[in-house]
Design a protein around this ligand. Structure first.
Ligand code: GDP
Ligand code: GDP
Length: 453
């Protein structure tokens, strides 16, 4: 009966149940084409039917659950960049930095046949600085002959290269044994919250990004040159706002006026994407005096797809009259429905109006982004909601929602275990109710459905 499924689970959710659910994360980083995805597939066993994601989730960083020798952990597949894109080295170095903050162990994958490239060396340098354990994977060692190539990767200074063939599975069992040896039993506490929070200021050209940055840093005292224990990337700005230091990432591009040479827009969009990836929260600037455009929505999609917290700042509010305000409300209803949870602030970089309101909006959004709901709380809520409104029938069967767990934070990601497919409408309903109950203002929430036969 329905009841017996529920009884299998400890809904009281005491500390023990929670500890059992919080599993550590292994991040897989490296250049494009070295075989990261192939290796992730190998580690999780098979990709199909693993985690079914709600539309609109990231294509950049996806976590999958894995199990080796009876130990569970999450595998974070970090996205690839176009091989020849400018700034790739920097973006991969950032990917590595992000992994150091969010993961409990890292696999750096290198193509043993190609050997160590300048980008591999740059990433290795970044990883050597951190405290997160790193295992160097020499991939594409499909046979014994290639093993000698793998040995050359000692030069990266990350210890012994583990030769594997992600395609054939050669060496991957030994690799996973090594992973378990360095992976802690439970995730590090407060992973990634150290240091100034990272903010990306993004928006299409001429919305007022550099004006706003100037306003925020205009008072020289607000510009901070160093913070204990923090290395400041010269392209970032440390800014003191509301008594706290924030790191505005990749502001170098905002300070220089970028020329409108051919391809400038393409590079601007890569740069925007890089800034969003490096940030925890994005301030999306819109020009409130103009109609919300396709280009605005493209930047919005980048933030939403990357799973970052979001504050929408309507700039040039000094130019907005009553007529325009009414129109804008309609545009918001039409165009911003994808992110009804985003914090919204009306500002003027020119007059300085309300720019201080950005701080509480950033703080609220980040608190939601970091939020963790205990398994007990989550399941007593779920039990109630599902009992009151069960999912619709599928193929003559009533899917049962058995159990939920929060797989990760930043953004909050939940996995629902069910006996059948849940329609998109019902998943949206659950997300709405989840937000009402636990309040994730300012942050995206992801819900994956895992079907157990
Ligand atoms: P990613 O961009 O790092 O995720 O790389 P992919 O996993 O997409 O792999 C890039 C290419 O390398 C694909 O054509 C794979 O089939 C190939 N590849 C991946 N692992 C191996 C391997 O162990 N041996 C060989 N020979 N090819 C591999
Ligand atoms: P960016 O390309 O996004 O960095 O935009 P800029 O900061 O260069 O601003 C583009 C133009 O908008 C400039 O002429 C600014 O003076 C103007 N601008 C920026 N913010 C405001 C504002 O709040 N009100 C008004 N009226 N103009 C603004």
């Amino acid at each position: 009966s329905e009841e017996s499924d529920w009884e299998d689970i400890d809904f009281e959710g005491d500390g023990e149940a929670e500890a059992e659910v919080a599993v550590p994360t292994l991040a897989v980083v490296g250049r494009p084409n070295v075989g990261k995805s192939t290796l992730v597939n190998r580690i999780i066993g098979r990709r199909e039917a693993v985690v079914e994601d709600v539309p609109g989730v990231t294509r950049d960083r996806v976590s999958y659950e894995a199990n080796w020798s009876g130990r569970r952990f999450m595998v974070q597949d970090t996205g690839g960049w176009e091989p020849d894109a400018k700034g790739m080295q920097q973006s991969i170095a950032r990917q590595a930095e992000m992994a150091m903050q969010t993961a409990d162990a890292i696999l750096l994958v290198v193509d043993a046949v190609v050997g160590a490239t300048a980008t591999d060396e740059a990433v290795a340098r970044v990883l050597r600085r951190g405290k997160t354990p790193v295992i160097l994977v020499a991939n594409k060692v499909d046979d014994e002959r290639t093993e000698s190539e793998a040995a050359l990767l000692w030069s990266l200074g990350l210890g012994e290269p583990r030769p594997v063939s992600a395609t054939h599975g050669r060496g991957t069992g030994d690799l996973l044994d090594d992973v378990l040896a360095v992976l802690p039993e439970t995730p590090r506490e407060g992973t990634g919250v150290a240091g100034p929070r990272r903010v990306a200021l993004v928006g299409k050209p001429n919305v007022g990004k550099s004006s706003l940055l100037n306003k925020l840093t205009g008072d020289e005292r607000s510009v901070v040159h160093d913070v204990a224990g923090t290395t400041v990337d010269p392209v970032d700005s440390l800014v003191e706002l509301g008594g706290k230091v924030w790191r505005f990432v990749d502001t170098a591009g905002l300070r220089k006026r970028v020329s409108h040479a051919s391809g400038a827009e393409f590079y601007a969009s890569l740069r925007t994407k890089g800034a969003i990836d490096a940030a925890e929260v994005a301030i999306l600037l819109l020009d409130a005096s103009e109609v919300i455009s396709e280009q605005d929505l493209r930047v919005l999609s980048m933030v939403a797809d990357a799973g970052r917290a979001l504050v929408i700042a309507f700039n040039k509010w000094d130019l907005v009259d009553d007529d325009r305000r009414g129109q804008l409300e309609k545009e918001i209803d039409r165009d911003l429905m994808r992110v009804p949870w985003a914090q919204r602030v009306n500002v003027s970089a020119k007059t300085g109006r309300a720019v201080q309101k950005l701080v509480p909006a950033l703080e609220t959004s980040l608190a939601s982004w970091d939020k963790r709901i205990s398994t007990g709380q989550l399941n007593s809520w779920l039990k109630e909601v599902v009992a009151a409104t069960p999912p619709p029938m599928r193929g003559g069967r009533l899917p049962r929602v058995m159990f939920a767990t929060q797989a990760s934070t930043r953004p909050p990601t939940f996995v629902l275990f069910t006996t059948g497919f849940l329609e998109a409408g019902y998943r949206r309903f659950l997300e709405r109710r989840l937000r009402e109950e636990f309040n994730f203002d300012g942050s995206p929430v992801r819900i994956s459905v895992r079907i157990r036969e």
